[in-house]
Design a protein around this ligand. Structure first.
Ligand SMILES: [Fe+2]
Length: 303
């Protein structure tokens, strides 16, 4: 395991493919002070301040963090890490976590505009009651394995999900599946229907007023499978596409190689969006459950 001063790096207890990175308390304390220079309005209104907070973080890790995180995300064998403060205190609060998540994402690229909130990030709650039109906020339903950015024009190379807070939560664990661990990958990747163009739309709450067309499977520069898929948004054009989607959905959900992991409060999970699928297990029913999440999706740096 790599040794970088300021960080505690271990293998995730559920998977060799996921790295757990804890930022040591002395670094977090320095960050808390440095981050005070900008309030959230500045971070939201002035894109360059996001790079400034990212530089504060990288400088404190002797400029080694940026390279390390980029290496993990591009490495087909891993492509995923969980990062967060070593200890959670009253000062590592929601505002701090928004800034820390902003800093992390600006070390790995630039975020896409999130149409759901009109910002570069989205904060949202999962609660007992929900009237929304997608699975994102439905606590008691399994959120099936999927990738992000399937219905938008923007390139979505990676995604970050931060658990800002939670109360009265049982269940709701993160489910992850790496394409190379998936028993049915070869079979479905080689099916010509998966290479056809599918139409992808989205429900009203997503605020995206166009549809896109793309196949489910493609290949990277080394010939490895890439996937772009979510169950709710493809609009099959015919029986062939409809049946393929059902077969794909069943083959993903029945996989025995899903990784089930509990994201600690204050931590973020970041994954390569081409060869990792993510989802969420249902919560155990409780009228008082509350989970607050933050998400950022984006692309790798462009020069
Ligand atoms: Fe997602």
């Amino acid at each position: 395991m790599k040794n970088i001063p300021g960080l505690k790096i271990t293998e995730n207890s559920s998977s060799k493919r996921i790295l757990d990175i804890k930022i040591k308390e002395e670094i977090i304390n320095e960050l808390i002070n440095l981050f005070k220079r900008f309030d959230l309005t500045a971070i939201e209104y002035k894109p360059f301040t996001r790079f400034t907070v990212a530089k504060y973080l990288d400088d404190l890790i002797n400029n080694k963090l940026s390279k390390y995180l980029n290496d993990i995300l591009r490495d087909r064998k891993t492509g995923c890490f969980i990062i967060g403060p070593e200890t959670i205190t009253t000062e590592t609060n929601d505002v701090f976590l928004v800034k820390l998540s902003t800093a992390i994402t600006h070390l790995i690229g630039t975020p896409n505009h999130d149409s759901m909130t009109g910002k570069f990030y989205a904060r949202f709650y999962v609660k007992h009651e929900d009237k929304s039109d997608s699975y994102l906020r439905k606590a008691y339903t399994n959120m099936d394995l999927h990738t992000d950015g399937t219905y938008v024009k923007e390139i979505t190379d990676w995604l970050l999900m931060t658990k800002i807070n939670e109360h009265n939560v049982k269940g709701g664990e993160t489910a992850m599946l790496h394409l190379d661990d998936w028993e049915h990958c070869e079979d479905l990747y080689n099916d010509p229907i998966g290479r056809q163009n599918f139409t992808w739309g989205s429900p009203k709450s997503k605020n995206v007023d166009y549809k896109v067309e793309h196949p489910i499977f493609s290949s990277d520069e080394n010939g490895n499978p890439k996937i772009s898929y979510i169950d709710q948004f493809p609009e099959p054009k015919n029986m062939e596409q409809g049946n393929f989607l059902q077969k794909l959905s069943d083959a993903l959900e029945e996989s025995k190689n899903k990784i089930i992991t509990k994201l600690p409060v204050g931590s973020s999970i970041i994954a390569n969006n081409y060869f990792w699928l993510h989802g969420r297990r249902p919560f155990v029913e409780n009228k008082n459950i509350l989970r607050e999440l933050l998400r950022i999706r984006g692309k790798f740096p462009v020069n």
